[in-house]
Design a protein around this ligand. Structure first.
Ligand SMILES: [Zn+2]
Length: 221
């Protein structure tokens, strides 16, 4: 296992291009029309908001193919309400692609969450990790009561997903879709790197009923 990780450090960008040649050849052998068909357009039913971690690729771990999942990834799968990148992806997915599901997927062992639990400054990223520290503050009584650091980090991973599902529900984009009767649900999952298994945190929502009153948006007069 260690040898393999070391091998990857020596991977060059030429290796990636060679890999692409093999991908094209293998794919065309199986389906000569594959790329022609895929180039016609996309209508994925799912938007995935996941961590940038290289070990959590949306398609592979859900056994799906290109064209089936619209993807946004950042450090620790955050839904930050001033993040124009995330909001633009969400807007396009909900209002143009008309996805039926938005899934926030965290993962145990998330470096961003572990860093946010510590006090070491890591530069610019401190400001991004602050959002995770805010999640910790909301749940500090529960988290502080977990003596084992690893278990506390695992729980913070879960709570971070749950808070980011709430953050999705707070957006005007999701609330407008629901008000317009659009078929849209949001979900929270956690992926286990050590087993490959996804856990559904059972926090799915199809309306604003779980939101505090202050977050519910009315239509402009
Ligand atoms: Zn991560």
């Amino acid at each position: 296992m260690c040898a393999k990780i070391e091998d990857k450090k020596h991977m060059t960008y030429e290796d990636l291009l060679k890999g692409n040649e093999k991908f094209v050849a293998d794919t065309l052998k199986e389906d000569p029309e594959y790329f022609n068909n895929l180039a016609k357009g996309q209508s994925p039913p799912v938007l995935w908001i996941g961590c940038a971690d290289s070990r959590v690729p949306a398609n592979q771990i859900t056994n799906t193919k290109p064209g089936e999942i619209f993807v946004h990834r950042n450090i620790a799968n955050m839904v930050v309400h001033t993040d124009m990148n995330m909001l633009s992806v969400l807007d396009y997915a909900v209002n143009v692609l008309k996805v039926k599901h938005v899934i926030v997927t965290g993962h145990y062992g998330c470096g961003g969450v572990i860093a946010a639990m510590g006090n070491q400054s890591v530069g610019l990223i401190d400001n991004w990790l602050r959002h995770i520290k805010d999640v910790y503050r909301l749940h500090d009584a529960e988290l502080d009561a977990i003596a084992d650091t690893g278990k506390r980090a695992d729980r913070l991973v879960e709570l971070n997903v749950i808070e980011n599902v709430h953050n999705l529900c707070k957006t005007s984009i999701v609330q407008n879709a629901w008000r317009n009767g659009q078929d849209l649900s949001v979900h929270g999952w956690v992926y286990a790197l050590s087993t490959g298994v996804i856990k559904d945190l059972q926090v799915s929502a199809t309306n604003t009923s779980n939101l505090g009153e202050v977050f519910k948006l009315n239509v402009a007069p």
